[in-house]
Design a protein around this ligand. Structure first.
Ligand SMILES: Cc1cc2nc3c(=O)[nH]c(=O)nc-3n(C[C@H](O)[C@H](O)[C@H](O)COP(=O)(O)O)c2cc1C
Length: 519
């Protein structure tokens, strides 16, 4: 059970089912799993018993759950009314022998919704910890970096930097001690992919941390998780304890000479603390504000020592790559953007939730085929990707394949995976104001371009929204955006103008309609 299910009332449903199965002395197991991805249909109950089709039911309350026991389990028929598309119908596939029509490919979410995330045995039963075993027995640190290089894995936290390159810099850096950091700060509005992976499959991230730490020569790994994610913190702490008990974390891991411990550090929920240098300042117990780079963390990071930071999703990809080989991963997705990407699709999508698609899938396939488009009678107007650092992509560009480069060409980015679907009732000026307002709130204030520039852009957007803007304000908006991009200290200020610029680029008419004078 993940946050989405619990928020929708899954706890009493689970208890009712578990109690009824016990009272009726039924020989079936009631299991909790992480989120399967169909968050808008929670609480979800999947029934898999002999003699009846495996079926998923959505929006299941306590009464409905008991009815499922009577009818689906007892009388072996599918109960009409609240059956929802099964995992297969939403187009999931797993290798081998995948369904060619399936749109989704689960690597990162391979275990989410299937295993009980509180049981390490469940993870191990599905091939867990085979990656680190292979690394220690066969590959060695350089071999691990080599497989990651072959895979083409790029960072999923936003910038898309090749993982192997960062690992290689950190490995080569001189230092008596090195640190590996998992960035689980996840602050983009609408994005909750990392939370779901931590909640649904924490050992996948731990194994990624082990492999990355081993590759760079780290002695300690820090999981930096925002305190607003209490369930994720709970699951990851539980998973670290379990892994330590089995000799997978700590001294002489799996009987080797690899010593590496993991610690959890909590962030207070400031967006800027997702930026690498601010994050490290926060772990050091200082105020979470960025420092200029270079030097990069690989050279001078946490407490001045060589460090490497990767995002949760990046790390969740690592164990399958080491287990199956880099070449296997490189075949999925496109040449320059290999593998898959998890998106948290929200906004007006009919089936909002988490999807994992091979890179190169078009935005239209994600929105229309996987997420069911927008409600009947409405039409898709645009999709926002990349959160505050991204931008809007209008409907006529939805056939664009999702790759790092193609989204950038459209003036947006892939970002960490927030995807907000908008329909014809959404106003683009409001979208621009929402994101700029977020960045103004979240600016740490250390540098003037971000602190003052953001506020001034916000004032102009408000002025236009109030019907008091002039064409000169549009010119000023663009000039301020250029200055912020060039002069801000970190990515927050450098990218904050992007949603404004992209709405100006594609929906200028909506700004013009509000202006006092014609342009
Ligand atoms: C303002 C700001 C916020 C960020 N927030 C996150 C975040 O929440 N999670 C994340 O993984 N990366 C975030 N990033 C990107 C990280 O700084 C960093 O590039 C990333 O964690 C590196 O991991 P990767 O190479 O695996 O993507 C943020 C960057 C900026 C500028």
């Amino acid at each position: 059970m993940s946050t989405c299910g619990i928020a929708a009332g899954a706890e009493p449903v689970y208890r009712a089912l578990a109690d009824a199965v016990r009272d009726r002395e039924l020989n079936i197991e009631v299991r909790k799993t992480g989120c399967v991805g169909m968050c808008s249909m929670e609480p979800l109950v999947e029934i898999n018993v002999d003699g009846a089709p495996r079926t998923m039911y959505g929006e299941v309350g306590v009464d409905a759950a008991l009815r499922l026991l009577d009818e689906h389990v007892g009388r072996k028929h599918v109960v009409p009314g609240f059956q929802v598309p099964g995992v297969d119908q939403l187009g999931f596939y797993e290798e081998p022998g995948h369904d060619p029509k399936a749109k989704q490919h689960r690597i990162v979410l391979r275990n989410c919704g299937i295993i009980d995330p509180t049981h390490i045995e469940d993870y191990i039963a599905r091939g867990g910890y085979q990656g680190i075993k292979r690394a220690l027995a066969e590959l060695g640190p350089e071999g691990v970096i080599d497989e990651i290089k072959k895979s083409g894995l790029r960072g999923r936290g936003g910038a898309g930097y090749p993982a192997w390159m960062k690992w290689s810099f950190a490995r080569k850096a001189e230092g008596d001690e090195k640190f590996m950091i998992c960035n689980a700060d996840e602050g983009d509005p609408g994005a909750y992919m990392d939370r779901s992976v931590l909640e649904g499959d924490p050992h996948a991230v731990i194994e990624g941390m082990l492999l990355a730490g081993y590759a760079i020569g780290a002695t300690t790994g820090f999981m930096y998780v925002r305190a607003e994610y209490p369930l994720a913190i709970d699951r990851i702490e539980n998973a670290i304890r379990q892994a330590r008990r089995l000799g997978l974390v700590g001294k002489n891991i799996l009987g080797s000479d690899f010593n590496y411990d993991l610690e959890v550090r909590l962030g207070a929920g400031a967006f800027v603390c997702g930026e690498e240098t601010a994050l490290m300042a926060s772990i050091e117990g200082k105020r979470g504000t960025p420092w200029p780079r270079p030097p990069y963390p690989a050279e001078k990071g946490l407490w001045g020592k060589p460090s490497n930071i990767n995002n949760v999703e990046t790390l969740a990809n690592v164990a399958p790559i080491i287990r199956n080989g880099g070449a296997w991963f490189a075949k999925i997705g496109t040449k320059k953007s290999s593998g898959t990407k998890v998106f948290a699709v929200t906004g007006k999508a009919r089936h909002s939730g988490l999807v994992e698609i091979p890179m190169g899938t078009s935005l239209r396939e994600i929105v229309m085929d996987v997420c069911g488009g927008v409600p009947p009678g409405r039409r898709v107007k645009a999709v926002q990707t990349g959160g505050p650092s991204g931008g809007v992509i209008p409907e006529d560009k939805l056939d664009t394949p999702v790759t790092y480069e193609s989204l950038q060409e459209l003036g947006s980015i892939m970002g960490s995976g927030g995807m907000i679907v908008m329909d014809d009732t959404d106003g683009m000026l409001d979208i621009a104001r929402f994101y700029m307002g977020f960045c103004v709130e979240e600016s740490c204030g250390k540098c003037a371009p971000c602190r003052i520039g953001g506020k001034q852009m916000m004032n102009i957007l408000d002025k236009i929204a109030d019907g008091n803007g002039t064409p000169d304000d549009i010119i000023l908006l663009k000039r301020l955006a250029r200055s912020m991009r060039k002069a801000s200290l970190c990515g927050l200020g450098q990218t904050a103008p992007n949603p404004v610029l992209s709405t100006l680029r594609y929906f200028m008419n909506e700004y013009e309609e509000k202006l006092l004078q014609p342009v």
